[in-house]
Design a binder for this molecule. Structure first.
Ligand code: C2O
Ligand code: CU
Length: 455
């Protein structure tokens, strides 16, 4: 089981009472924390949010106070949550950063149950690399029938020879123009090879999140029978059997159902194979089961969230997004802050990528749509690198990529080099919504734009 903090336990009283609390209140403290990763060196200094997980109830208004006890300004983005625009946490676009020593309260009602995450959206390339994120679970009102519910939050840290985070290499232009910052230490749930306890023959819901800055992770489930029941928080209409291996771009989430074989025992590895070497991310710690019958029904689907249905609707607004730049991309110039610049001048400004010829946020949106209109954006990856594209405040369906089944909802999609796909969604809450690459170094170096939704 994932651990609930006192903060969450304090709320347990509501569970028993038939009368729902009017507001679910939470407190998040952005603060330094330490990880005991290496027996040979002192604890590693990280930044964190003061707890392991944030749990919210669907449809109940939430009031989340964020206290900043870090030396730097920050903000919190509720990745994948459909919140009012001024609660989106995108510093510089939807709010001012929260200064050190002060706090900020976010108010929204979780519309969708599922697996989400909260993370810093201010100097994200640095703050995410330091660990400033938190998995966020919105519980279904009727619990899904499983024996266990485990989190698997993958991260990729870069530590130096003294066991501390390598902060000197933050901002490396070489990395920003290539695949982004890659780490040298894999953790799961911020631990090195944690044990997930399960009984032989039991069924587990596994909530997987890739919290790395830029590493695309590949999980190998070691022959386990598994089904995808949700992607980026949103249930699949029908559980989809996996072949035991799962590629996950930064910020993507998968909810899986896995059945632990009745004859398993002891420790069984879960591998991560994105690098040349096969790494062990975590272990199943299999304890004897109660001789459950080996015959199980296939898992049922989760109840759908109230995401607007798009079937058959012609788009009201369309746009094209051409992604260019990066190493070997041959981009000669782009507009940055309203000025056309040569690649060399862009590089001085730490810019290396462009959307439709513009590096970083343009003054005018990629498109403007009225709330409720159907929007279609064709995204063309004309670079030599894969990218994980994320749209704030909305879930979309895609076509054009065969990586994903048709009809699945996403807030983030992985695109291979030279790949092209089209996303489709209904414009939601009015405001300014970011559309950016979630390889955070690419975002910082230019891969960001925004759309406008009007009332
Ligand atoms: Cu996960 Cu712009 O964010
Ligand atoms: Cu990218």
């Amino acid at each position: 089981m994932y651990t609930a903090t006192d903060n969450i336990r304090a709320d347990a009283s509501r569970a028993g009472s038939s009368k729902k609390q009017a507001v679910q209140q939470r407190l998040i403290t952005l603060e330094p924390e330490q990880a005991e990763w290496f027996s040979q060196s002192p604890p590693t200094d990280l930044w964190g949010m003061g707890q392991d997980i944030l749990e919210l109830e669907q449809h109940v208004p939430a009031e989340i106070t964020v206290r900043n006890r870090l030396p730097d300004p920050s903000s919190v983005h509720w990745h994948g949550m459909r919140v009012p625009n001024n609660m989106d946490g995108a510093s510089g676009l939807t709010q001012q950063a929260i200064e050190p020593g002060s706090s900020h309260t976010y108010r929204f009602t979780p519309r969708d149950a599922g697996t989400y995450w909260a993370h810093s959206h201010h100097n994200t390339y640095e703050q995410l690399a330091r660990g400033l994120y938190l998995p966020l679970i919105v519980e279904e009102s009727t619990p899904y029938p499983v024996d266990h519910d485990h989190l698997l939050v993958l991260d990729d840290w870069r530590v130096n020879s003294t066991g501390q985070l390598d902060l000197e290499s933050l901002g490396s232009m070489h990395e920003w123009t290539h695949g982004g910052r890659m780490g040298n230490l894999l953790t799961v749930n911020r631990e090195i090879t944690p044990r997930l306890q399960v009984e032989a023959g039991s069924r587990t819901r596994l909530r997987i999140l890739n919290a790395a800055n830029s590493r695309i992770m590949t999980l190998e489930l070691n022959g386990l029978q598994s089904w995808i029941i949700a992607k980026d928080g949103q249930p699949l209409t029908k559980p989809l059997k996996t072949n035991g291996s799962l590629t996950i771009a930064p910020a993507e989430r998968y909810d899986l159902i896995v059945d632990i074989p009745a004859d398993w025992q002891g420790e069984q590895p879960i591998y991560e194979t994105s690098s040349k070497t096969q790494l062990t991310g975590a272990f199943w710690q299999v304890i004897p089961g109660n001789e459950r019958s080996a015959v199980r029904q296939d898992p049922q689907s989760l109840p759908a969230n109230p995401v607007p249905v798009l079937q058959g609707k012609q788009p009201d607004q369309q746009a094209q997004l051409l992604m260019t730049g990066g190493a070997m991309g041959g981009m000669r110039s782009a507009v940055y802050r309203n000025t056309r610049m040569s690649a060399q001048k862009l590089s001085v400004n730490k810019q290396a990528w462009a959307f439709n010829g513009v590096a970083n946020l343009p003054d005018t949106p990629l498109l403007s749509a009225r709330s409720g209109e159907t929007v279609e954006i064709e995204i063309i990856n004309d670079t030599r690198w894969p990218h994980g594209m994320h749209l704030h405040g909305h879930h979309f369906q895609q076509h054009g990529s065969d990586r994903y089944e048709a009809g699945i909802w996403h807030d983030t999609v992985l695109m291979e080099k030279n790949e092209k796909l089209t996303i489709r969604f209904q414009a939601g809450e009015p405001g300014k919504w970011l559309l950016h690459c979630h390889m955070i170094e690419h975002q910082a170096a230019g891969m960001a734009t925004w759309i406008e939704v009007t009332a």
